[in-house]
Structures are given as C-alpha cells and as structure tokens.
Ligand binder design. Structure first.
Ligand code: 6PG
Length: 481
C-alpha cells in the first residue's frame, strides 16, 4: 500500500501516561520509528524532552497529524484509560483511518467490550486487536508479556512488531497470537485472576510465619531462599524486597505501616464473574478476590473484632525450619491449583467463543515479562504441549509434585486454623485438591435435599434415568418418564 512521503512511522502510540510512554520507548529502542499522540500535549513534549534520544519519535499535535505520520497499513496502539477513554480514542481516529489499518487496545479492557469493538471496526474494514500487556511499567519499557487477540490477517502486520518488543525467554518471544476478537483480553483477565491468587498465597505464607513468631527479616530471608528453587518467580522475588523496605519516618518495616486493606481494579472480579457464568470452579481465585474484599470492609472487621472470640492468632512451631519448609510446600501446591483453575477457565472460554486457544502457548508467553512469570510455567507449558490435558493436575510431574507437597500443605492449613490464622487461599486450594480427587462427594445428599423440598429429581448410581421420591406421601420412588 502507498503512504504519503511524510508517513514515516511504523507504529503509533496514543496515550502517553507511564505505560504508553514506556511502550513507545520500547518500540524506539528496538529501532522502530514511533508516532506519538496524547490528548494533553504536555505529555508528548515531556516524553520528547526526557527520552527523545532513545530513538526516532514523530510527535503529533493532532489526531490528523498523528494518523498522517504513519506508514500504511497504520498500526496504532491505544494506551488510554479502559472503558470510555478507549471508545473516545477510537471515535476520534475512525474518520482518518483507511481499510486494512490496525488499532490495538493495549489496556486492561473487558474482553466483552473488546468483542463489540472488534465487530464494529471489522465492519469498517479495520483490524481491531485486544492485547493484554503484562509486566507493569518496567515490563512495558524492557519487555512485557503480550497476549494479542484479533484477526490472523491483522496479526501478520502487527505481530512481528509486538514480538520484537516483548520479553524473551531463552530467546523466544513472550508474545504469540492467542485467537480472534476478545481472546487476548480474556487471557489477560485470567492472568490477573491468577495474579490475585498468587499474591494471596504469598500474603498467607507471610502471615503464618509471622504468627509463628518470625520477624520480618527472617520472613524476607525465607522468600529469598525460596526464590532459588521451585518457587522461583517475580512475585516471590519482589516479596523479599517489599519486606526488606524500612519506613523512613518510623524506622519500622514498611509492611507494618501500610494499611491492611487491599485495592483492586476489577480484573480479578471479572475472572470470577466469568468463571461463574461458564461454570468453571476457580475457587482459589474467588477466595483471593473475596479476601481483598474482606480486608477493605472496615466496619465489618471492627464489629467482628469487638465481638468474636477465638485463638489469639499466634502459635509456637515445634521446629521453625520444618514450618518454613511446610509453608513453602503450601505455597507451591496452592499456586499449582490456581494455575490449573485459571487454565481450565481459558480452555472453557476458548470452547465457548470458538477461539481455539492453545494453552501451551499461553504458558509459553507467561514464562517471562509478566507479573506471574515463574519457573513453574515452563513445566506447565511442556505438560500441555505433550498432550491434551483435561486438567493440569492430571500431568504426571504435577500430580507427583502435589503428592510430595501435600503433608506440609495440610499441616500449614491445620496449624493455621487451630491457631486462628486465616488462610482462605491455602485452605481453598487443598479443599479443591481433595474435592476433585474424591471418589464420592456429598453432592448426593444435596440432590436428596433438593428432591425433598422441590421435587428437583436425582439420578441413581445403579440404574439409568431420572428419579423422584414421594417425600410427603409414602416415600416410594418414581422414575420420570
Ligand atoms: C500486569 C498487572 C497489571 C496491574 C493489575 C493490577 O499484568 O502487569 O496485572 O495489569 O498491575 O491490573 O490489578 P489490581 O489493581 O486489580 O490489583
């Protein structure tokens, strides 16, 4: 396709807050000429003043100028506020775009919105990509994990650029085509759900060790040590850094002066909402979202503190080294359960929407760059690549790992519960493990109760068909026609 002589930029970034700015610099650092546009001109000027020497930037003062500076097909990355901000940016660009141009939404959009936007732009001959980008500010600048969803045809145009700036795991890009329309944002949503669970488990590990009398320094040392083994991951690594941080004004550990109410922007909640819709048990992720919710309910907590009694939430371990190892096992096993649940949701979402997502590819591009990057992901990738797993837990190396970890895992849940230390994530993970491996669940009784009060019927283990007991009459059993 032809471009005007002034169209020199291979890619353009709209929205130059920290994520957009760093992504633009990342493209420039990789030798691409980057068009820049921000509604407030000062942000564009700041970027040029501070980092103009990173590479070739083409700053624009208007949408028209920005669009005109891009080679065709135009490749435009929106890094604006999710929701209304994204729609406003798309609307301002639309009159200036031409068939074949590509618009990428790099924010944490809801995948259902992405599906709507993709359809709208497709009708105009444009490619719309919903792209999950993980790795925070640092990742955006030096290599994030990138989860693109959109048309295959459009990916041929935008994919190589995204792969170029993505994180690399042993030389392989942490960016791969995920699937059509909302697939990329769906996968990013589940990534964040797992991120919630990962952080909840870390917080519980810290809390159990603290309740056992370890000081912050000793806990930080345990995390640092764990990061050299199977638990090796970004979140474990930064946990020791956060724990080591001393508050300048009080001289206390910073973690002790931060309010214990966790915030959330919504992706964890979306994960759970979608799992409920799709009927996928993501118990650990749900517990993690609810644990944040509990932490923020100041009035509820104050009323409960004033009225509820129980153990004093401390305990004395028989042996500190054994406890630390048990907590490590609990952390690893629970993490595996959260990944298994999240990946089940991705598989189910993929079937529901016809996305054909390759779960091994998802694990592959999460190995570096993203917030949940972890040594475990290479094992998960290879297990999914080796066969069509009904659940990650069926993979031999995983089931063996869980078998080895379970005594420590169970001791942590039991000891914490006896001492009154809340471990909703660990307990939910071990209960899921026991539920799915149980030969028989008490759901039979639930069916009996449903039949009793509502004639909801049940099925039998020994005979085909649907049955009802005449509970209010002679209690004989009838078979439904
Ligand atoms: C990432 C992060 C990023 C952001 C979360 C935080 O992958 O880079 O997930 O997207 O940190 O959205 O989410 P909460 O504010 O909901 O914890």
């Amino acid at each position: 396709m032809s471009s005007s002589p002034t169209a020199t930029a291979q890619v353009g970034v709209v929205g130059l807050a920290v994520m957009g700015r760093n992504l633009a610099r990342n493209f420039a650092n990789h030798g691409h000429t980057v068009a820049l546009y921000n509604r407030t001109q000062a942000r564009t000027d700041d970027l040029i003043a501070a980092h103009g020497s990173d590479g070739n930037f083409v700053p624009a003062t208007s949408v028209e100028e920005f669009v005109a500076s891009l080679e065709r097909p135009r490749r435009i990355i929106l890094m604006v506020q999710a929701g209304a901000g994204t729609d406003a940016s798309i609307d301002s660009l639309l009159p200036h775009l031409e068939e074949g141009d590509i618009v990428v939404d790099g924010g944490n959009a809801n995948y259902e919105d992405t599906r709507v936007r993709e359809e709208k732009l497709r009708a105009r001959g444009l490619h719309f990509f919903g792209v999950g980008i993980s790795g925070g500010e640092e990742g955006a600048l030096n290599g994030p994990s990138i989860m693109p969803g959109g048309s295959k045809e459009g990916y041929a145009q935008i994919g190589p650029l995204l792969e170029d700036i993505s994180a690399k795991y042993e030389g392989e890009p942490c960016c791969a085509y995920i699937g059509p329309d909302g697939a990329g944002h769906f996968v990013k949503m589940v990534h964040n759900g797992i991120e919630y669970a990962d952080m909840q488990f870390i917080a519980e590990a810290y809390d159990v060790l603290k309740a056992a009398g370890l000081d912050t320094k000793a806990i930080s040392d345990a995390f640092r040590e764990w990061n050299t083994g199977d638990l090796d991951s970004f979140l474990i690594e930064i946990t020791s850094e956060v724990l080591d941080q001393v508050d300048a004004s009080t001289g206390k550990a910073l973690v002790d002066v931060i309010k214990d109410a966790a915030g959330q922007k919504g992706t964890g909640r979306w994960t759970v909402q979608n799992a409920l819709e799709l009927g996928v048990p993501v118990n650990t992720i749900a517990e993690s979202v609810f644990a944040r919710s509990v932490s923020g309910h100041t009035d509820l907590r104050a009323a409960a503190q004033a009225n509820l009694s129980g153990p004093d939430q401390t305990f004395t371990p028989d042996d500190v080294a054994t406890l630390i190892e048990d907590v490590r096992q609990a952390l690893w096993a629970s993490k595996v359960i959260a990944y298994a649940q999240g990946l089940d949701l991705i598989r189910t979402g993929s079937l529901q929407y016809g996305w054909d997502i390759d779960v091994a590819e998802v694990a592959k591009i999460w190995r570096a760059g993203c917030i949940i990057r972890a040594r475990l992901l290479e094992r998960i990738r290879s297990e999914y690549a080796a066969g069509n797993l009904p659940t990650l837990l069926a993979a031999p190396s995983i089931s063996e790992g869980l078998a080895n970890a379970q005594s420590g895992w169970r001791r942590v849940v039991a000891d914490a519960t006896l001492a009154g230390v809340p471990v909703p994530g660990f307990a939910s993970a071990v209960s899921y493990y026991d539920s799915v491996r149980a030969e028989r669940l008490p759901a039979s009784l639930i069916q009996g109760l449903r039949d009793f009060f509502g004639a909801h019927t049940y099925q039998r283990v020994d005979v085909e068909g649907t049955f009802h007991t005449e509970w209010s009459a002679d209690r004989s059993e009838t078979k439904e026609a």
